[in-house]
Design a protein around this ligand. Structure first.
Ligand code: ADP
Ligand code: MG
Ligand code: ZN
Length: 476
């Protein structure tokens, strides 16, 4: 049995975060009534003239800069012709040659192994509308989405496994969110990808025939669909059945891909320059400004969090993959500089609470200073980590300062040795049998005494101090 290797290239489509469409001033808001955001341009009326949205160009160029591409000073819009009921112009306005960005790369790490994946090109294009298939065999067309700006990021066929493809997609997502190019909302379809997959015998330089799995809308589906394709195509080759060049769809319920249509060739689109749109010209000065405006990107931010805050690679990557979480963490650190305590509270309490409420850290009612305050009063032994865990959901929702919160409930931990000694004496007096047994060598009874002391103090005794006092009392 020969051993095969997978060859994978991704085409990632991202909705670009502009307030108006790519060639008209209709809003891009999600969730409007059908056909509420439509004008003669995005409805494809004859004679209506498109005007390019400058912000969309800026965000496409910034995506290119973040992915180490060459941003072209001159690029063109083309008509990509095909017929579809939700495509009122009869063509998609896209970029063919030259596109806005070419020739970049992204370093992707899987299981500690870093590989450089080439970026072939990034181009701008407009989205189509949507067909709604209703009752009685009637189909309706909603053009709210028609004309919404997209960028397409095309990778070289450099990816070698499903996990690497999912990680590539995750990193593209993070980068685009960091630079503000997309809101990254995968449920609303802000980021989708097509996966091109082929198989070849190991050591073979030529690429095999590929299938293209369309419209994958989650990292998990990217991974599953590619895993399925690799095993399907491997089985084909082993059985001597040729792999067909075709477009396939992933069924997330059945966890398999299914043939949709055999692949039309690119020239069928009859690309030609759009006569209604002048070339896109970008000056070196303007590009320099945009480069200057790029924020710190995820990869260097991960390195900085590891270096400056002592986080592990995993902790830093997990935190930074959600920009809002990483920003929150840094704001809390500015108030109380104790990264180990704060990362513990972030992972153990705060992010869990956000996830269970389905909100972003940016929307949390608890401000970063409160998380910092909580870390500080735990470190000062005012409350124990267990008490912090118990009050966390309520504290999170209240938005009040943790100091005020625990004071109001009289929860301040007893860390006063004199006060606790008195409690110890009372517990010893009430349990003479156990005291005798302990002194006789049954030291396992220590947890019994800890329990009694906690009971007497309603859980407010500082556990470390209780242990210390018990050891001291028994060693006398
Ligand atoms: P289109 O899908 O529009 O025909 P391309 O031919 O440029 O566009 O290919 C798109 C994607 O397919 C790119 O990401 C490229 O790396 C990838 N690709 C091309 N050929 C193969 C192949 N034989 N196996 C796997 N991926 C491929
Ligand atoms: Mg394609
Ligand atoms: Zn419009």
């Amino acid at each position: 049995m020969a051993s095969y290797e997978a060859v994978i290239g991704l085409e990632v489509h991202a909705h670009v975060k502009t307030s108006s469409k790519l060639f008209c001033s209709c809003p891009t808001d999600f969730g409007a009534q059908p056909n509420e955001h439509v004008c003669e341009v995005c409805a494809g009326m004859p004679g209506a003239l498109p005007r390019l949205n400058e912000k969309a160009v800026e965000l496409a160029a910034k995506a290119g800069l973040a992915l180490h591409c060459k941003v072209n000073a001159y690029s063109l819009f083309a008509r990509k012709n095909y017929f579809y009921p939700d495509l009122p112009n009869g063509y998609q306005t896209s970029q063919f040659s030259p596109p806005i960005c070419e020739g970049g790369h992204l370093d992707v790490t899987v299981n500690g192994d870093t590989r450089r994946i080439g970026i072939t090109r990034i181009h701008m294009e407009d989205d189509a509308g949507k067909c709604v298939h209703g009752q009685g065999g009637v189909s309706l067309v909603d053009l709210n989405r028609a004309g919404v700006p997209l960028i397409e990021i095309v990778s070289e066929p450099d990816i070698r496994c499903a996990e690497e493809a999912a990680e590539f997609m995750r990193q593209i997502h993070a980068i685009l969110v960091y630079i503000g190019a997309t809101d990254g909302n995968m449920e609303e379809g802000s980021l989708r990808c097509d996966a091109n997959v082929s198989i070849r015998p190991k050591g073979e330089a030529r690429m095999g025939t590929r299938s293209e799995v369309k419209n994958l809308n989650s990292f998990r589906n990217v991974q599953r669909a590619i895993e399925y394709e690799i095993s399907r195509q491997t089985a084909c080759l082993e059985d001597g059945v040729p792999v067909l060049q075709e477009t396939r769809l992933f069924d997330a319920v059945k966890q398999m891909t299914q043939a949709m249509r055999s692949k039309e060739d690119a020239h069928d689109y009859r690309y030609f320059p759009n006569p209604d749109l002048p070339p896109v010209l970008l000056s070196a000065e303007r590009l320099a400004v945009w480069r200057e405006e790029l924020p710190e990107l995820p990869a260097p931010r991960i390195r900085r969090f590891m270096r400056d805050f002592g986080l592990s690679g995993e902790e830093a990557s997990a935190l930074i993959s959600d920009k809002a979480a990483a920003d929150y963490f840094e704001e809390a650190l500015a108030v109380y500089r104790q990264p180990r305590r704060l990362i513990g509270l972030m992972q153990g309490e705060f992010l869990r609470e956000c996830a269970s409420r389905g909100i972003s850290p940016a929307e949390a009612p608890m401000p970063p200073a409160s998380l910092a305050g909580l870390a500080a009063i735990i470190d000062k032994d005012c409350i124990s980590a267990r008490m912090a865990h118990e009050i966390f959901p309520e504290l999170f929702a209240s938005g009040t300062s943790p100091e005020a919160f625990v004071a109001e409930r009289g929860m301040v931990q007893v860390s006063d040795a004199g006060e606790l000694d008195a409690v110890l004496d009372a517990v010893f007096a009430e349990n003479p049998v156990e005291v005798k047994a302990y002194r006789g060598g049954k030291t396992k009874l220590r947890s019994f005494f800890v329990g009694k002391i906690m009971q007497k103090t309603q859980g407010k005794a500082n556990p470390a101090l209780v242990n210390e006092l018990l050891l001291r009392a028994f060693s006398l």
